[in-house]
Design a binder for this molecule. Sequence first.
Ligand code: HEC
Length: 254
Amino acid sequence: MSGLPFRLRALPLTARLGFTFVVGTLGVGLAASAAHLVGHHENRDEIPGLSMEDLTGAYHGVKVTAPLVVALERGHPDDLADADRDTLMAWLTGERVSEDYDSLDLGDAAPAEVLDAACLSCHSRQATAGDGIGQTVPLDYWDDVAKVAFSREVSPTDPKVLVASAHTHALTMGALTALVALLGLATRFARRAAPALVMVAGAALFCDLCCWFLARDAAWLVGAIAAAGTLWMGSMALLGVLVLMELWLPAEAD
Ligand code: HEC
């Protein structure tokens, strides 16, 4: 017999019921931590939804250039006079973005006036030109403009917080993975499927935790954090399924 020398199926009905609820509880826990992850990280870049940018912000830090600056730098819109482009760029890269938006002192050179003359034909909610861009990226009011006018820097999680988080996560997730692995190895799947999943879960967990630290210096490792985290979750969930199958499928014939 490979794996552990006993099978969960051989346990009394009461114990099998108990383990079923334990596996259910762990399933709820996994789902809750996935939801917590999304909620915890999604708003780092102030754009709803969990994106790679949110994760990169958390583990490595990112610099997000204001969409207005990006658009102006790539020469959008093509017919904007150079003087107006320079006015807008000087305003956006300066320190007084909100103060100078519709500063009376600047007269016609106030950014609000330039935007009004050069952009609102398309970027107004009422605009008929511009393929509806006025609905998705309106520039009518300061509240609209403010959403796309600021460049932001998202700093990675403070190292002290990271260490505090790692010390609980490494120990509890390590222990949890070991427990689920042992349960998986006490099933009829202990020959192939369970050991493979145990290998994936263990390796993914280790890689994930190491990358928390390494990604501070190498942004591409944030991708490894996401991939390893997904692999860990997936392999743990599959081990849980194997355990449930072992508990309730008819006993295997020896
Ligand atoms: C002729 C219509 C038109 C004019 C005028 C125009 N835009 Fe646009 N703009 C568009 C369209 C269409 C898009 C979406 C396609 C694209 O990104 O090129 C867009 C995209 C943008 C985006 C990118 C939004 C994003 O996805 O992040 C910004 C920012 C922007 N415009 C700013 C401006 C500013 C500032 C002005 C005035 C200086 C301006 N636009 C003038 C039509 C226009």
